[in-house]
Design a protein around this ligand. Structure first.
Ligand code: NAD
Length: 255
């Protein structure tokens, strides 16, 4: 379906802000499976949810070993940004004030060229490891090299504690500063795009409600229905790689 035209005022005042909430669906066209889509990791292997559950990871060494094994072969390391990521770079470069709030941990927005300080990573990043004991952080690359060299569950080199990727697992709190910043962006934006997210993970999903209640227009770009569809001003069911460039052109053309 063609996207409806934005109000002429959308781009006239360059103080206006576009907020883009992205989810795993933005990266499926880069070869990274999502969790809940038709080809999603959890539809194919429901047990995989355990690998990203904090308590299971902390309590069960086998969960950690399995998690590291899976990480070694993750498509994230080889993935390249796709047309959806690039469309958001075009939106930024058009001069439209915008911020990306991503649930993704793959770093592909930044790899595509989005300015890192304009990308809020709600669920952390897979490119860093953090010690659950002393909080020490380091590059994921180093930890993976240790796994490859035979350490099935590499401990922290500073304190011997349990290492994990610097991503937010189920049962872990989000960074409060990051979620506050995201909520502020949702409150002050004029247009809120939710792209490639099933909107089933809180508090990310409820940012849609915050935006609408603060007067923003809500556009959802997702192949499948979401619990927030009824709140949306516009629903786009086309693949993101074709839908997002079109939507971005409309926004920038109306500027
Ligand atoms: P999700 O898997 O719950 O939902 C993704 C949605 O995107 C689905 O509804 C699916 O139908 C839709 N979708 C997939 N490909 C699409 C396409 N090409 N065009 C249009 N729609 C498409 O993802 P979520 O809402 O982001 O929640 C999953 C959580 O898991 C996130 O919080 C994230 O931290 C994590 N995760 C991240 C990655 C990543 O970084 N790439 C990948 C998997 C999971």
């Amino acid at each position: 379906a063609a996207a409806a035209a934005y109000p002429a005022s959308m781009g006239e005042n360059n103080a206006r802000l576009v907020a883009v909430l992205t989810g795993a669906g933005v990266s499926t066209e880069s070869g990274i499976p999502d969790y809940r889509g038709p080809q999603g990791v959890w539809r194919k292997n429901p047990g995989a949810e355990r690998l990203v559950t904090y308590r299971a990871y902390m309590d069960d060494p086998e969960v950690r070993r399995e998690s590291w094994r899976m990480r070694m072969t993750s498509p994230v390391w080889r993935a390249e940004p796709n047309a959806g990521h690039r469309a958001l770079v075009d939106l930024e470069r058009s001069g439209t004030p915008m911020r990306i709030i991503t649930q993704n941990i793959d770093g592909l927005h930044q790899k595509a060229g989005s300015t890192p300080r304009k990308v809020l990573e709600l669920h952390g990043t897979a490119s860093t490891v953090v010690c659950t004991g002393c909080g020490d952080r380091g590059p994921m690359e180093g930890a993976l090299a240790r796994v490859e060299a035979g350490e099935a569950d590499p401990p922290c080199l500073s304190c011997g504690g349990i290492l994990k990727s610097a991503t937010v697992m189920f049962g872990q709190a989000l960074d409060s500063g990051t979620i506050q910043q995201a909520a502020k962006i949702a409150r002050v934006c004029d247009l809120f795009l939710a792209v490639g997210t099933s909107l089933q993970v809180e508090p990310a999903a409820s940012l849609c409600r915050v935006a609408v209640e603060s007067g923003a227009r809500l556009v959802i770009v997702n192949a499948e229905p979401t619990p927030y569809d009824a709140l949306a001003d516009q629903l786009i069911r086309e693949p993101i790689g074709t839908a997002l460039p079109g939507l971005v052109s409309e926004i920038t053309d109306s500027a």
